[in-house]
Design a protein around this ligand. Structure first.
Ligand code: FES
Length: 159
């Protein structure tokens, strides 16, 4: 897809200011990618190329880091990202019904984004709060002891 010139300049300036803030050390790559992901909702090819030029890191390495971490995305995501814990303790606590309800209510499968770009649905492994399973995270909000019946009520809170 061709890159919009204005968008390209905006990304260039963002990368420039982040590299200025964090420095060019390879160890700063993850915080820089996190900031870009936070600002744009994902890390575009343009951003990866700019980081490569400015930090002197091969694009293949940046891409592998950006695709390794679940918190980062190289694909556009919805305005709200739902992470559903699919590990065993949450599953045993009834997570399967929560997952089915999420899929049914949103009409999405794992990894998909709704057509109106409101929601992205993802599964994740244990979030470290098994005692309150089943657990979902929407953006930065953690919901514990979630039941299928609560799903429509929880989703309604998000514009
Ligand atoms: S298994 Fe779901 S939070 Fe640990």
């Amino acid at each position: 897809m061709p890159v919009d010139v204005k968008e390209g300049q905006e990304v260039l300036m963002t990368v420039e200011s982040l590299v200025e803030k964090y420095g060019k050390e390879k160890s700063e790559l993850i915080p820089i990618l996190q900031q870009i992901n936070k600002k744009y909702g994902y890390i575009s090819d343009t951003a990866i190329e700019e980081i490569s030029v400015q930090m002197n890191i091969p694009t293949s390495h940046i891409y592998s880091v950006a695709t390794f971490y679940r918190m980062l995305s190289t694909e556009p995501r919805g305005r709200h990202v739902i992470q559903f814990c699919e590990s065993a303790p949450c599953h045993v606590a009834g997570g399967r019904f929560v997952w089915q309800e999420l899929q049914k209510t949103l009409g999405l499968e794992n990894g998909e984004t709704s057509q109106d770009e409101k929601w992205t649905l993802l599964t994740t492994s244990c979030l470290g709060v098994c005692g309150i399973g089943p657990v979902i995270i929407i953006d930065n909000d953690i919901y514990g002891n979630v039941t299928a019946e609560q799903i429509p009520i929880i989703l309604e809170k998000y514009e």
